[in-house]
Design a protein around this ligand. Structure first.
Ligand code: PLP
Length: 479
């Protein structure tokens, strides 16, 4: 399998292998990597995978899917990486992503029983093992520099803790994460994890990361990398749970299923798109947004308009608070018939100069729904409270704010006869304040997180100063 950039020039033959793009971010032309083709899964293969999942489990299914995209890691090594990643010990259950039956035709797929209680663990835990494997093979090191306001940073730290050849320098806005999130990250005592609390806001953290990455000499010398959501390996890991969800919700391949996905940077639902392109019998991919409705606007109108900071809202489903959706370019590339020149004109040029593009008059836009199965909807703070309350009162369990956004839109968009699977992306304990607002009671806390706020914290507070962050990295690397 070879990979190409979404901004590839017409006739370009520039292609990369999986392990070449594993440690890279954007392609050099500014595009995102996608496989040259989507491997097609026949009815017989899907039946075989159904058997594999039921008899051998999630890790074995993951190997089947990943091996179609990764041909530069020996099969036995890849099988071992999957087996070490997707264990009941790390993900809480033998099914790894069990389905919870809500009512006739409606399911919730649990993706957040990993170490940080959010679905980002599904991909990040694999990434940690892949990075360690590939760095050892090359005899290299990597220093991951990131900015987080919550979920991504903790998922990255829990995936990379103790991994050989990797250090994580994670900046976060000092005092602005929830006490639970701070405790999750700062209680890690691993020597290769550095928590840096910046005296400033999230944008200051991001500016530092950008400034360091733009210093090419520093970046090369200190082997600076990232683990952001445009990484193809993360997206690929997420494809697996669409198959596992489908297999659990159906008895035969003749049935179709729809998925409702709480969306921000479009990574999660883009994995659903890849699964569907491989031939998974998916009817609809329902994109659910919160008040930051960039994606809902596109799927309703054909206009993609990135938001400025003044109209990017802080909401009670904060992991979906985006001003632009960094993985969206991957889908648009497919929608435009894989025209890299046109994709570049939209994302490289139109977005940079006008902050928007408009496909409403293009006949291809209608195919987003008719051919690719996309629909969308939006959910507000009041909707979240209602959905959390209704779910608790009618079904007796709690859902988090992001999952509530997806469930709200799923209920509007489901069609009779097609099971709807709502992807649960976090556990309620991570967003306790909104649960209390909706239900007047605290969410359950998994036993392993009892009392974490009282654990010793490993964090250094720093001024919002790129030079100081660079000095820390240089000192800790010692080269
Ligand atoms: C990251 C995140 C999302 C958004 O996922 P994307 O892949 O960015 O669309 C939704 N919910 C939670 C809890 C998250 O952490």
């Amino acid at each position: 399998m070879k990979y190409l950039s979404t901004r590839a020039e017409a006739g370009s033959t520039e292609r990369k292998r999986f392990c070449e793009i594993l440690l890279e971010g954007l392609a050099p032309d500014g595009g995102l990597y996608l496989p040259e083709t989507y491997p097609q899964v026949s009815d017989a293969t899907l039946s075989e995978w159904r058997r594999v999942y039921h008899e051998q489990g999630y890790a074995a299914l993951a190997f089947e899917i990943l091996s179609l995209y990764i041909d530069d890691i020996p099969a036995d090594d890849l099988r071992d990486l999957c087996a070490r990643t997707y264990t009941a010990e790390v993900f809480g259950t033998g099914e790894i992503v069990p389905l919870r039956h809500v009512e006739d035709g409606l399911w919730i797929e649990a993706l957040s029983n990993g170490p940080t209680l959010a679905f980002k663990d599904m991909a990040m835990q694999l990434l940690g093992n892949l990075f360690e494997y590939e760095l050892a093979r090359r005899g290299e090191e990597l220093n991951i520099l990131g900015a987080t306001s919550g979920d991504t940073g903790s998922a990255a730290e829990y995936a990379m803790r103790g991994k050989k050849g990797v250090r994580v320098f994670m900046t976060s806005p000092h005092g602005r994460m929830s006490p639970f999130q701070q405790a999750q990250m700062f209680s890690l005592q691993d020597a290769n994890i550095y928590n840096i609390a910046i005296e400033g806001v999230f944008d200051d953290c991001q500016d530092i990361v950008k400034a360091v990455s733009n210093d090419l000499e520093f970046k090369r010398k200190y082997k600076i990398g990232t683990v952001n959501s445009i990484n193809w390996a993360r997206l690929l890991a997420q494809v697996v749970y669409y198959f596992a969800g489908y297999i659990q919700a159906t008895e035969s391949n003749a049935q179709k299923v729809s998925f409702a996905v709480p969306s921000g940077n479009f990574g999660n639902v883009c994995a659903g798109h890849v699964a569907r392109m491989m031939g998974l019998p998916v009817e609809k991919l329902v994109v659910a947004t919160n008040e930051n409705d960039v994606l809902d606007e596109f799927f309703r109108t054909g206009v993609y308009r990135v938001r400025g900071s003044a109209d990017t809202f802080e909401t009670s489903s904060p992991s979906m608070d985006i001003s632009k959706a960094s993985n969206f370019e991957r889908f648009v590339f497919d929608l435009l018939g894989r025209d890299g020149v046109r994709t570049k004109a939209l994302f490289g040029d139109a977005i940079n100069s006008q902050g928007r593009f408009d496909l409403s008059a293009d006949p291809l836009f209608a195919q987003a729904a008719s051919r690719y199965g996309f629909t969308s909807g939006k959910s507000t703070h009041a909707d979240r409270l209602n959905t959390i309350r209704d779910t608790w009162e009618q079904h007796g369990f709690m859902i988090d704010t992001h999952t509530a956004d997806a469930l709200k839109v799923a209920l509007e968009q489901r069609s009779a006869g097609t099971p709807m699977v709502v992807l649960e992306t976090a556990l309620p304990i991570k967003f306790a304040a909104t649960i209390v607002e909706a239900l007047g009671r605290e969410p359950e806390r998994p036993a392993k997180f009892e009392g974490i706020e009282a654990l010793p914290k490993r964090v250094q507070v720093m001024a919002s100063d790129t030079v100081a962050v660079k000095a820390l990295i240089a000192r800790e690397c010692g080269y």
